[in-house]
Design a protein around this ligand. Sequence first.
Ligand code: PEP
Ligand code: MG
Length: 834
Amino acid sequence: MAAITLTAPMQGWAMPVADVPDAVFSDRMLGDGVAIDPTGDMLVAPYDGVILSLLDSGHAITLRTPEGVEILVHIGLDTVALEGRGFTPCVAVGDHVAAGTRLIRFDLDLLVREARAVVTPIIVLNSDAFTITQCVTGRMVAIGEPLLTLEPRIADQPAEIVDIEAGETHSLTITVPLPHGIHARPAARIATLAKRHDAAITIGCGDKTSDARSPIGLLALGVRCNDTITVSAQGPGSVEAATAIATLIGSGMDEPAEAPSKTGAAPAPSQPRPLPAGALAGVTAAPGLAIGQAHWFRQPEIEVPEHGEGIAVEEARFAQAVATLTDRLTAQAARAAGPERAIVEAHTALLGDPALRDATGALIAAGNSAGHAWRHAIRPLADALRAGSDPRLAERADDMLDLERQLLALIVGVDLAPPVFPPDTILLADDLLPSHVLALDRATITGLCVARGGPTSHVAILAATMGLPALVAIGDALAGVRDGAMLVLDASDGFVRIDPDADTVAAAQVQLVKATVRRAEALARAGEPCRMADGTRIEAFANLGSVGDARLAVDNGAEGSGLLRTEFLFLERDAAPDIAEQTAEYQAIADTLGGRPLIVRLLDIGGDKPAPYLPMAAEENPALGLRGIRVGLAHPTLLEGQVRAILAVAPLGQCRIMVPMIASLGELRAVRAVVDRVAAELGLADPVALGVMIETPAAAVTADLIAAEADFLSVGTNDLTQYALAMDRGNPAVAAGIDGLHPAVLRLIAQTCEGGRRHGRWTGVCGGLASDLLAIPILIGLGVTELSSAPTMIPEVKALVATLTMEACRTHATAALACQSAAAVRTLAREFHA
Ligand code: PEP
Ligand code: MG
């Protein structure tokens, strides 16, 4: 049989199927193929054939060519949830079609707005019979262009004939609980499971029956939610086989209960916790307490015309809008500091992305308006980020949507002035974009409650920087809160009370006044040295990311910096900063600290924080991959350059060097060798202090070995917690369970302090626990003598430390180590605090 060439059934960007953000397709569970990110609104037949199935919801179709190739085209991801909206089939099952025949018209704008993603996999379902020999990817394709070339596989051995012994048939009848019935994803999983059994398994629904191994057959059954189906198995292991399939379907197969919104399903807080009556739980994005009235923040989608007024006109419109927005963002960045500046600069960099501009230009050249072109160039990228498995990247989709909106507003001339809210507003939103938060009037907004989002999003970082109590990932229940409802937001404890009784409001008001007074008093005494009530010295340092942070830290009484995150200089740019640029930046921070110690952490990028100029392969498990010092050791020039830059800062000795993500002593020795060599080359006589971040359980339990060669230890409780509890710190789905006060983490910190003590080395904490007032007495009791906290927390950290005695802290820490859970430790800590 000759090669068969399938043509592109839609126009758009062709990409490898492995890049489709859904394992059913990327793992080729249904077969091999390709994907297209569509830019048009029509699906046509890629080849002559007969229509085998067309789901009622109109989003997926299968056809068989005369040569027997079975092809599935699935328009968008999770589009089954649209229940037919946006799809107009032009053919019916059984129709014979020629290549190019219109199959389904779809509303791309609606899909862009409401579907998880619009990327469309085109899959050869019987890939066991046909091999893909050529595949076009990585460029725009037009309808009818050659896309995939297939050749029949040459059977190198006779097909295995499975002779199912006639035997007992076992049947089970169940009601299908899957909200969207058996669509592509469940069909793939059922077929995969069925293939693991020897018995012949069929699924019957009404008068139709399908082999459970055939996804196409299962799709053709058209099974909907609550339909009754019969799972029958015949032959060896029939009972197990039927039970396994029925159990899988009956389990709900992790299908989302409701249609995913355009922003992705909100992760529900994973841990049930005792909630006050009438309260909604969420994940803390920025701690604090707020009382106020609910006001919804809703901004309608900006309407754009599809067709342009001529290529030159639209190109000019686009260029003008880009220039205006670039100027605006540049000015905004110049006025900003810290995270705000970094975020605005990231937006500017995105706006200048040549790939995005080229994609927009191509769409304008195809006759689209500038606005339509921009939306359809940037939205698929945001969709792909949201749909991916990395929650941190998903949160970065907000930045793309933000940019989409800001530029569209300029193109079509819409005023994006933020709505004005009355004083004491707690803002409710389905989702918020970073620019929304930046535009909020802090005088009127006292808190944020967001249905979606995640705790590490830019929105969360901005809220924390602004000191705005914020709860994210509250879920769809937030939609039930009406405008004007009275709210008490306890973002520290992760809940918001709706219309609480007068006593609750009064109690919260008292708490708020006390907190304000406490903070004012602490700020007034922030310049005093940090000492315990018994005179023991504790260093109150600050975590920094920029010169602006350093200024804030000094204003808040920081006695130094226990962690300078140098990543800010290296990320979101095309090339690594050179030594001179690094030195200038570190020097500016050192100068701002006015001689106070500055602990500079070597670069902690890699994994989920990739730098485009570092050739690093994509990793399946970035948190366990090439990150932290592993990157430095893999790129010696980068490491050496950074060490040189740090050692050039004057006065010598103000900067100490800290190594992130150490898992074994060998890594420290390798860095020490680089530092010693560079110091010798620079003719430095005094030894350079080199410390280690304790972020892996391996480093914590071998702290005694590490401390023998490190000058100090500093516990990164954010990473130590994620690795000890095996919970991704960036995943909102497990966010509620990630608590550094878990006894397992505390025991690792205790071991670290003990290891340091044995060699006379100090142990600090620079992770989030050092900013958690409940944790601080325990940390001190375990032996921590340096706390590096968020700059704005320092006055309260110092004030708290001044009330503590070492003896009381030690007794308290011993009790905490014996607790059975993080919740029990928190209860104990609250009692201690009280
Ligand atoms: C930590 O892991 O606790 C830490 C301080 O490092 P980062 O948060 O930058 O990973
Ligand atoms: Mg870390």
